[in-house]
Design a protein around this ligand. Structure first.
Ligand SMILES: [Zn+2]
Length: 234
């Protein structure tokens, strides 16, 4: 029954070979698959993963989990792009409240709050620039401002009615989160200061590179499919 949780590209393994630079996509495949296997093992025992219950408690409603798991994978993202989002859903982002090695549980952005999964992605006032910047992209991709929810959108890529955002908006948020998390990790590990302009530039560049890769894929593979299909033989 819980098979529906499996990300489509893991079931079919087509996308990761087609999308994105190979080094990029393959570099994290093992790690991503480990995460996925953990989920699959949990699901095999016919119980939803714990993260569902905990997230439901945190946000105070029953979230549409079936729809959320089905949202994994977009036409623009490779598995590595999806990894931070996947970890977030599983509550496995490396936040200070989770990390036993961390000497403090206060947010690395020095806002004074506890650094939880929810705080880091949706609530940290010092990361408001990230959400404001992402909001501009979402609006450009047809998401109405009033449909952007302060929690559901940033954590689960859902709108205020708990419906999944369109695929392009989902792809953007996965890539933006991946980029943000990379910078937050560098801050934590190397003490590299957060550079807002750099983060915004990286998000835009990463998103653009996926769009260009997709266009290239369409250009290279569509004629190929056309001329090798059965239809072409007729
Ligand atoms: Zn904070």
């Amino acid at each position: 029954m819980y098979r529906a949780y499996a990300p489509p590209y893991v079931q079919k393994t087509g996308l990761e070979t087609l999308m994105g630079p190979p080094g990029d996509a393959f570099g994290s495949k093992a790690r991503f698959n480990t995460l996925y296997t953990d989920t699959a093992l949990q699901l095999k025992h016919s119980k939803p993963p714990n993260c569902e219950r905990i997230w439901n408690e945190k946000v105070g409603i029953t979230l549409p989990w079936r729809a959320i798991w089905k949202m994994l994978g977009t036409f623009l993202t490779n598995p590595r792009d999806e990894e931070a989002f996947f970890k977030l859903l599983h509550r496995k982002l490396n936040t200070r409240t989770k990390d036993s090695r961390s000497t403090t549980k206060r947010c690395r952005m020095k806002c004074g709050c506890l650094e939880t999964q929810l705080h880091l992605v949706a609530e940290c006032p010092k990361l408001g620039f990230y959400r404001r910047y992402a909001t501009k992209f979402l609006k450009a991709m047809g998401v109405q401002k009033e449909d952007i929810d302060p929690i559901y959108t940033w954590i689960f890529n859902l709108d205020t009615d708990l419906k999944p955002l369109n695929k392009a908006a989902q792809a953007f948020l996965r890539i933006a989160l991946r980029t943000l998390y990379r910078h937050l990790t560098q801050l934590e590990v190397n003490g590299a200061p957060i550079n807002k302009s750099r983060i915004k530039r990286d998000i835009a560049n990463d998103f653009m590179s996926r769009i260009l890769a997709y266009q290239l894929y369409r250009r290279n593979y569509y004629p190929c499919l056309l001329y090798t299909s059965d239809a072409a033989d007729e």
